[in-house]
Design a protein around this ligand. Structure first.
Ligand SMILES: Nc1nc2c(c(=O)[nH]1)N[C@H]1C(S)=C(S)[C@@H](COP(=O)(O)OP(=O)(O)OC[C@H]3O[C@@H](n4cnc5c(=O)[nH]c(N)nc54)[C@H](O)[C@@H]3O)O[C@H]1N2
Ligand SMILES: Nc1nc2c(c(=O)[nH]1)N[C@H]1C(S)=C(S)[C@@H](COP(=O)(O)OP(=O)(O)OC[C@H]3O[C@@H](n4cnc5c(=O)[nH]c(N)nc54)[C@H](O)[C@@H]3O)O[C@H]1N2
Ligand SMILES: [Mo]
Length: 593
């Protein structure tokens, strides 16, 4: 998104930034919402509250879902495109093909605000609906019908909802490129009922690395292989970091700071056992946590006990407040023992390290100074926000590009090199990728790897969110655990019958990289050739010491996810598209319940 628009995060237009919300006369509901790889009712993901989607549907918005599972929302949809996981790129390219070839585009917007349309039009010719139908496992007709709903007619608008299934796909950079292009060429960027373009309101990000010497920067792991990590993320590349930990090359790492992650449970790492073994070699490891998780039990020498949200002051904003312009205050309600908040601890360490390293004053001496700076652009102070609880900020309304509200220099247009929406990406090109979107089938799927498909016939998607858990969090809270007591593997009735699997059976999910145990849930919501596994499981009721670590290895679906299966720019680990086989766990090998 940053590369194509030079703006902050885009989002569904549910008018969340206006206090009048649905009654605001400037807003109109989208005619269609195109939702790909996201289920906002369960996930309430960063930019959005799930109920907003229901509210706009009540007002007449129709939903198009792209999802290998017919999830709850899909049962209320106007159209469901039940594709094979990871084939989103082909679908979106074919939709662009229909939009362009049937001339369903907003020529005025394209002429004025888009860059590279002719090249895009040429590129999509090879991606016919027939081509996509074959690789996606749906019909060409479904694709045409969908594209026509999204086409420009000077009257109707649609809004985009893109979920984490886009990120968890080696082809994901191109999927994003297609989705932004679809919104742009149909005239649906930053118009009422379209897709809201975010403004960089809060954070002119000064990256951590801005303060680093060139010598240090040159040592950042993975920056030479994947320059985009350096440009956008201020971090090392995870897959290459694991290799550095394992081999000690290019140098040994000595210390780890674990912060807001339970990475040994199947969450924030692929191949958690490898990470476990590699991180065990650290000389010193500190964790900041509120619970004794498997990760902390295995790795931490010191655990800094963390305050929960009720125990500290703070600010909440959706997506840095960029499309809604709303900030809320969290006011400290209680103090438990000596627990400190993230911010208290980070400011403490900031003060201790910063001056020594950079010879300057650390900019924030107190929590209040930090919070005041955070809400600075909202024309309020922390004290005031804490009193009022909600602050709003004018984020510029619609068609911000026409009024110079997106670019840093105040000129009309978008914050990109040509000042337009980059359908042909100068950014991608300078980072060594194709400037135009392209498709490749899932790198480990049946098309690319028929050798694997023979033994591992199912495409496995993982981690669709559940109401009662946040990744690995809340399994130790009885009322929530009751709602989802076990990790479920969804499997289609026909596939289950062939394998003699019934609901409630313990199954083993296996592929060349690892195996995991879950409980079968036989259900027609998944495709026959797809299974959907739960992520984030550990068993807080069990022994937490090594080697058991609260049973963290039993249902560790991330052991099935390999490293280094990525897109050209180094993104898109295949969390939602690995080949697996599934069988009823033999009695003597059962590990669950
Ligand atoms: N309750 C709860 N809420 C959460 C979280 C949580 O753990 N629990 N996690 C938070 C975080 S960090 C995130 S990133 C968000 C993510 O939230 P979402 O973006 O909503 O993502 P998921 O729930 O992982 O998946 C949404 C849908 O994508 C489908 N899907 C799976 N594979 C594919 C595919 O290849 N293509 C397509 N098109 N669809 C696919 C799944 O079947 C599922 O219905 O949720 C946030 N909110
Ligand atoms: N198989 C599979 N794996 C996935 C995904 C998937 O879809 N499928 N989704 C991926 C995604 S999108 C994400 S974002 C990652 C999430 O991966 P993680 O961030 O590792 O997941 P959590 O289980 O939420 O772990 C967060 C930890 O932070 C602690 N914590 C809670 N509140 C605070 C706080 O205020 N401050 C601090 N410092 N700590 C706190 C919690 O107790 C918990 O142990 O998982 C990824 N892993
Ligand atoms: Mo996430």
């Amino acid at each position: 998104m940053t590369m194509m628009l030079g703006s902050a995060y885009i989002e569904l237009d549910f008018n969340g930034g206006s206090l009048d919300v649905w009654d605001d006369p400037e807003w109109t509901r989208p005619d269609y919402v195109f939702c790909l790889g996201k289920e906002p009712l369960k996930s309430n993901p960063d930019g959005l509250w799930g109920h907003a989607l229901i509210e706009i549907m009540k007002r007449g918005s129709k939903l198009i879902m792209v999802d290998p599972r017919v999830n709850w929302l899909a049962t209320r949809a106007d159209q469901v495109l039940q594709i094979i996981p990871g084939t989103d790129g082909a679908l979106c390219l074919a939709i662009l093909n229909v939009l362009i070839n049937e001339d369903l585009i907003d020529h005025e917007f394209v002429d004025k605000w888009c860059y590279g349309f002719d090249e895009l039009a040429e590129r999509v010719q090879e991606y016919t609906p027939e081509f996509a139908a074959e690789t996606c496992g749906i019909t060409a007709d479904e694709i045409r019908v969908c594209a026509r709903k999204l086409g420009f007619d000077g009257e109707h608008h649609w809004s985009l909802l893109m979920g984490v299934a886009v990120d968890q796909n080696p082809n994901g950079c191109q999927v994003t490129q297609c989705l932004i292009a679809m919104a742009a060429i149909t005239g649906n960027l930053d118009v009422p009922g379209g897709t809201v373009v975010g403004v960089q309101m809060q954070f002119e990000m000064t990256g951590a690395t801005d303060f680093m010497s060139d010598e240090l920067k040159n040592k950042c792991i993975g920056w030479d292989t994947y320059p985009i990590v350096k440009v956008l993320l201020n971090t090392t590349h995870p897959d290459i970091t694991l290799e550095a930990l394992e081999t000690g090359r290019p140098y040994e790492l000595k210390m780890a700071w674990l912060d807001s992650t339970n990475l040994l449970s199947p969450t924030c790492s692929a191949q958690p056992k490898r990470w476990h073994d590699a991180l065990m070699k650290m000389e010193f490891t500190v964790a900041k946590e509120m619970f004794m998780t498997p990760t902390v039990m295995a790795l931490a020498d010191v655990v800094l006990p963390l305050a929960t949200w009720a125990e500290h002051d703070g600010i909440v904003m959706t997506n840095q407040g960029c499309q809604m312009g709303i900030a809320g205050a969290i006011n400290k309600g209680l103090q438990v023992g000596e627990c400190k908040s993230d911010l208290e601890m980070l400011i403490h360490f900031g003060n201790a390290f910063y001056e020594k390293a950079y010879g300057e004053e650390y900019p924030f001496k107190t929590v209040e100074e930090y919070l005041t700076d955070d809400v600075g652009k909202m024309d309020t102070t922390w004290e005031e926000l804490s009193e009022k609880v909600v602050a709003t900020n004018d984020i510029g309304g619609y068609r911000k590009h026409e009024r110079g509200l997106i670019r840093a220099d105040g000129q009309p247009g978008f914050q990109t090199t040509p000042g337009r929406v980059e359908l042909w990406s100068t950014g991608y090109q300078s980072l060594g990728d194709d400037p135009l979107p392209y498709y490749f089938p899932p790198k480990l799927g049946a098309e690319a790897r028929p050798d694997l498909a023979k033994e591992y016939p199912f495409m496995c998607t993982t981690g669709a969110r559940y109401f009662a858990s946040f990744h690995s969090e809340h399994r130790q809270i009885p009322s929530l655990r009751q709602l989802t007591p076990e990790p479920y593997l969804e499997i289609h009735p026909e596939a289950a019958e062939k394998l003699g699997i019934k609901t409630g059976d313990e199954v083993t999910i296996e592929n060349p990289w690892g195996s995991a145990h879950e409980i079968a849930k036989v259900t027609p919501v998944v495709r026959k050739d797809v299974v959907a596994a739960a992520h984030g499981w550990w068993y807080p009721e069990e022994d937490g010491e090594e080697p058991n670590l609260y049973g963290v290895w039993k249902s560790n679906v991330n052991s099935l996810i390999p490293h280094r299966v990525l897109g050209k720019m180094g993104f898109g680990a295949p969390y939602k598209q690995v080949p697996v086989k599934v069988y009823r766990t033999p009695n003597e090998e059962r590990v669950l319940g």
